[in-house]
Design a protein around this ligand. Structure first.
Ligand SMILES: [Zn+2]
Length: 289
């Protein structure tokens, strides 16, 4: 009897036991439709709003209007009369509050509306191919505050659960800025990507001699060089949507900015220096050794 009970644990059960239980509140959003692609990606966001309760409200609002959220949205320098009153309906699968509370807004089997137009590793319908997690944080428009510790711990547990349940690759845990570099800066350079990588929830390059060497290589807009093409090829390998044209054009600088937000947060300038070039090569080599 004893021998049989020792031999009885099943591999699947022991794998599930390694996960800390997560408490998830159900706050259903009507803002979703049908997926047309299998789930491959996890896209992380910050909400970019002043109040997390407003973020929860807008992500579940079937007809959001600008006036309903004006105190929580960034002030725009543009003429406000030219901005339409109605806003796009938005949602995400999950919203993580600062105290670590997680709300589920959309069932994982459905397509939530969090990523908009974007591209990653061949995917053009990022919403269909992803699970979206909004993290309540004011972001760049509200002083780029630190993420709360309990919030980060909760998001790490949630990402771990999703990776295991869907059998996803950790290199497919990405930021909104990775899929839409010209439009979106979130989750921003304060997001602890290295910590996620150390927990097996993302990727991070091995250290190298070039680390900390931020002397410029290519730092003029629209500069052309074979070396720029080599960096673009590396960024393409990582998954970014980027043409390899050898030109430090506006889109390339936006992609470099997104890359730096993740892998070189202490200097985000969209240019190519020794460290950035080396980091692009080392991250690409993780994916295509
Ligand atoms: Zn976002």
């Amino acid at each position: 009897m004893l021998a049989r009970s020792i031999a009885s644990p099943k591999p699947l059960q022991s794998r599930i036991k390694t996960l800390t239980p997560l408490t998830i509140l159900q706050s259903p959003s009507p803002n979703f439709d049908e997926r047309t692609r299998p789930i491959r990606l996890i896209v992380l966001h910050y909400t970019g709003m002043q109040s997390e309760q407003s973020a929860l409200r807008i992500l579940t609002d079937p007809a959001p209007t600008r006036s309903a959220y004006q105190d929580d949205l960034p002030r725009t320098p543009q003429n406000t009369e030219s901005i339409p009153e109605s806003m796009s309906r938005v949602s995400s699968h999950y919203l993580a509050l600062q105290d670590g509370t997680i709300h589920q807004l959309v069932d994982e089997s459905k397509r939530a509306w969090h990523a908009g137009k974007g591209f990653w590793d061949g995917e053009t319908d990022v919403n269909s191919a992803s699970i979206g997690i909004e993290i309540a944080n004011g972001g760049h428009d509200f002083g780029l505050p630190e993420f709360a510790e309990s919030q980060i711990v909760a998001v790490m547990q949630l990402v771990k659960h999703i990776l295991q349940r869907h059998g996803l690759d950790k290199h497919h845990v990405i930021g909104h800025s990775d899929v839409a570099p010209a439009r979106k800066p979130d989750p921003g350079e304060k997001f602890p990507w290295k910590r996620f990588a150390e927990a097996g929830l993302s990727i991070w390059p091995a250290p190298a001699l070039e680390d900390g060497d931020q002397r410029p290589l290519f730092d003029e807009a629209d500069q052309m060089d074979h070396g720029i093409a080599a960096v673009q090829t590396g960024l393409d390998t990582i998954g970014y949507g980027i043409p390899v044209n050898g030109r430090l054009d506006a889109h390339t600088r936006a992609v470099l900015t997104a890359f730096q937000r993740r892998f070189r947060p202490n200097k985000v300038d969209g240019m190519i220096d020794i460290e950035t070039k080396s980091l692009v090569g080392r991250v690409a080599s993780i994916l295509r050794p």
